[in-house]
Design a protein around this ligand. Structure first.
Ligand code: MN
Length: 488
């Protein structure tokens, strides 16, 4: 079980009685918060911090503890902040500074100086905040009574994002083939991805998968076909084409388990030994929580796995999507997103149909794929690009909508959405920011989740939402360019 340390700051000037009470209060608060967060991570009480040495030891312990995904800091009393300097320099885990109190209301009738001495986070958290700011520490500050719903919601969001960052450390990403020839935006610096996020991205020959596929037995394919028939409508007579995909799925599952892979890419330019571009096979693997990026897009595949981790246990769907074409009816502009084949069935609004159609590119046999209309609701589209000297996340808020009319001749799964604040602004902002035609779309996460992830990983982020104004947005991009040059 992953855990979050709850660290309560004080000092040794207060005397036994106050410190005993502070310890007791902190323990009670941790018990409450653990009950609210323990489906994500256990909130673990730590002894109240009274000295610089204790602070340092605790932060070193949190940093070294493989199960610790983050820390929550709170100053119950005043805690002189020079005693936190070495501790904070040692801390390498995401931090949430919880600006709260043990008591919700002031006890107007009984308040005295003893009460004031014990309950002074208004004082102590400012001192602690100063030293964090002075040290340039990126942290999330949450202010409010710890039992209030909005505070708990923010703590849960922090825990989800911290879990996703932790998940990324050492995450293994497989690239079958390389980046699609000549494509710029899907390419990236894999060494930098590992330095920054811990994503270990490596190339495999498609032959490694072909070999496993050739060893898949007929009975394994039969079992997979039965699963397809139970879950989907078999809308084709070409069962051999579907069996081919079933074989690929079994092979992919086996490869993923063997190599401990969390995300992968393929490319239609390198399918030697496969008769079809993997369609249903990839669609089903995505629905099991594995990240995917087509055309060698390792950044989108890895980001997809991380965002699915962030969304664990939450309502909604998360997966790879590609910007394809538009309905540009004035004032009612809609985007149609899809891919050649690979759209995760987690986005299906209706029961997916298995169909077999030719593919315009790649020169392979007609691949079987799942075809369906997409879900509606509020969501985000997130793209990660490599700016040369840093990565950038572009996060757009979108409203997914029901497709206005059937598209009986479109042989792929699709989603439709409106970008915020309106097409003219949102689409232009995305293009100014350099956002890709590949993104991870989620109706489970919000731009707040991505903001937290970006903060914890020190990744540049631009958000396109209902308040976006192009002039301000372009100025923000200019400022970010200048900042990146100063940071070098
Ligand atoms: Mn694509």
């Amino acid at each position: 079980m992953k855990k979050i340390y709850f660290i309560t700051g004080s000092q040794d000037l207060y005397g036994e009685e106050t410190l005993t009470q502070a310890e007791k209060d902190s323990r009670e608060m941790v018990g409450f918060l653990n009950g609210k967060l323990d489906d994500i991570a256990a909130v673990e009480h730590t002894p109240i911090v009274k000295t610089a040495a204790e602070a340092e030891q605790l932060c070193i312990k949190a940093t070294a503890d493989e199960d610790c995904i983050g820390v929550i800091m709170w100053m119950h009393t005043f805690s002189p902040a020079k005693m936190w300097i070495r501790a904070l320099q040692a801390l390498k885990k995401p931090m949430l500074h919880l600006h709260t109190q043990y008591n919700e209301k002031l006890p107007y009738d009984s308040i005295d100086m003893d009460f004031m001495n014990l309950n002074q986070s208004a004082h102590g958290d400012r001192e602690f905040g100063f030293i964090c700011t002075r040290l340039g520490i990126r942290r999330e500050v949450v202010a409010g009574y710890y039992k209030h719903e909005d505070v708990i919601e923010q703590l849960r969001r922090f825990a989800h994002a911290a879990a996703a960052v932790d998940f990324g450390k050492g995450m293994r990403v497989a690239m079958f083939g390389n980046n699609m020839r000549d494509v710029a935006v899907t390419d990236g610096d894999r060494v930098e991805s590992e330095i920054k996020y811990g994503w270990s991205v490596n190339y495999y020959g498609i032959g490694d998968l072909v070999k496993i596929a050739n060893e898949v037995t007929d009975s394994e394919v039969d079992a997979k076909m039965k699963e397809y028939a139970d879950k989907y409508d078999m809308d084709t007579d070409n069962l051999d084409a579907v069996r081919e995909q079933a074989k690929y799925e079994v092979a992919l599952d086996r490869f993923i388990a063997k190599e401990n892979i969390s995300a992968f890419t393929d490319t239609f330019q390198d399918l030697h030994g496969l008769n079809q571009l993997p369609g249903i096979a990839v669609q089903n693997v995505m629905a099991k929580g594995i990240g995917f990026g087509p055309e060698g897009d390792y950044k989108t595949s890895a980001l997809g796995a991380v965002m699915q981790k962030m969304a664990e246990g939450r309502k909604g769907s998360t997966g790879f999507m590609e910007d394809y074409t538009y309905d540009l009816t004035e004032g009612k502009e809609l985007e149609l997103a899809a891919h050649m084949l690979e759209v995760s069935p987690v986005f299906a609004a209706n029961k997916p149909k298995i169909q077999v159609h030719p593919l315009g590119i790649g020169g392979k046999s007609d691949p079987a794929r799942l075809v369906f209309d997409g879900v509606s609701g509020e969501g985000i589209a997130v793209s990660m690009i490599d700016m040369g000297n840093r990565f950038r996340l572009v996060c757009a808020e979108i409203s997914l909508v029901k497709q206005p009319k059937p598209m009986p001749k479109l042989p792929v799964a699709r989603l439709m959405w409106k970008i915020k604040p309106d097409f003219r602004t949102g689409a232009a902002a995305w293009i100014y920011a350099g956002g890709a035609h590949h993104a991870v779309v989620s109706t489970a996460l919000t731009s707040e989740d991505i903001r937290l992830f970006a903060k914890m990983t020190d990744t540049e982020l631009v958000i396109i939402d209902g308040k976006t104004d192009l002039n301000t947005f372009e100025q923000q991009l200019e400022m970010l360019d200048i900042k990146s040059r100063i940071k070098g």
